[in-house]
Design a binder for this molecule. Structure first.
Ligand SMILES: [Zn+2]
Length: 248
């Protein structure tokens, strides 16, 4: 194995620099072993041990022992420990607005997500008929972009059988709809995990729809169509503001 040192260039140097960067060193990955890389290797060697537990020789050159030690440290790296995530007050309130037959289950789903260290908000659950009409007007008779094709009664939100979620970043201060983020560092994007848990409980995901993909949306319909639910609603089959449905 070639000893990488000041003046070395190429792929192996690039790889070394990349590893040092992963370990948290402020270093550029340019495949050129210059003074900066030398200082960084020195830094690493001064605090590192070889495979036998002896201190590395701090010479600023990356030979077998130094590279092995870097690899070992990388392997031992744990995901950043995170504080347990507190329940989001808004999510808890919005769950209470769901159809009564979904509340307990949605709480269980939410708790499971928290256990997976996923910080999420269920920001839209029940949407009243009036709210749905206002939303439908947006981008049509009112300013803004069109956000829905559903009129009052045509969305499962109107019956409390759907919810929209987003990720919460920065201690709950920032909303994100980024479907690639892996904040809990388990190599699965949070978005996929959330969808997976909902599906596990028998929910459908708007991201699976062929025509209009609605990525933040999940729903549990118990086999009802919105037309059937609207019929129930219009014929007064309503209890405490929610249509009475058969969930067995
Ligand atoms: Zn939705």
């Amino acid at each position: 194995m070639t000893v990488l040192k000041k003046g070395s260039k190429g792929k192996a140097v690039e790889e070394l620099q990349k590893k040092l960067q992963l370990l948290g060193y402020n270093i550029e990955v340019d495949g050129d072993f210059g003074s900066r890389t030398e200082r960084t290797v020195l830094d690493f060697q001064r605090s590192g041990f070889d495979a036998d537990g002896n201190p590395l020789i701090a010479d600023g050159k990356a030979g077998r022992k130094t590279i092995e030690s870097i690899d070992k440290k990388l392997n031992e790296m744990q995901p950043v420990p995170r504080q347990s995530i507190k329940r989001d007050k808004i999510t808890m309130e919005r769950i209470e607005l769901l159809h009564p037959s979904l509340r307990a289950e949605t709480k269980a789903i939410y708790d499971e997500l928290l256990q997976r260290k996923i910080s999420v908000r269920f920001y839209s659950t029940l949407r009243t008929f009036k709210e749905q009409d206002e939303l439908y007007a947006q981008g049509r008779t009112k300013p803004g972009n069109i956000v829905t094709n559903a009129r009052a009664g045509q969305s499962f939100h109107n019956y409390g059988l759907a919810l929209d979620f987003c990720l919460l970043l920065d201690g709950g201060k920032v909303a994100s709809w980024n479907r690639k983020l892996d904040v809990n560092l388990n190599n699965i994007p949070e978005w996929d995990e959330i969808v997976w848990v909902f599906k596990h409980y028998g929910w459908e995901w708007g991201g699976d729809w062929a025509s209009f993909k609605d990525y933040p949306h999940v729903q549990k319909t118990f086999g009802y169509t919105t037309a059937q639910l609207l019929n129930l609603h219009n014929s007064g089959k309503v209890k405490n503001g929610f249509v009475v449905i058969d969930v067995s």
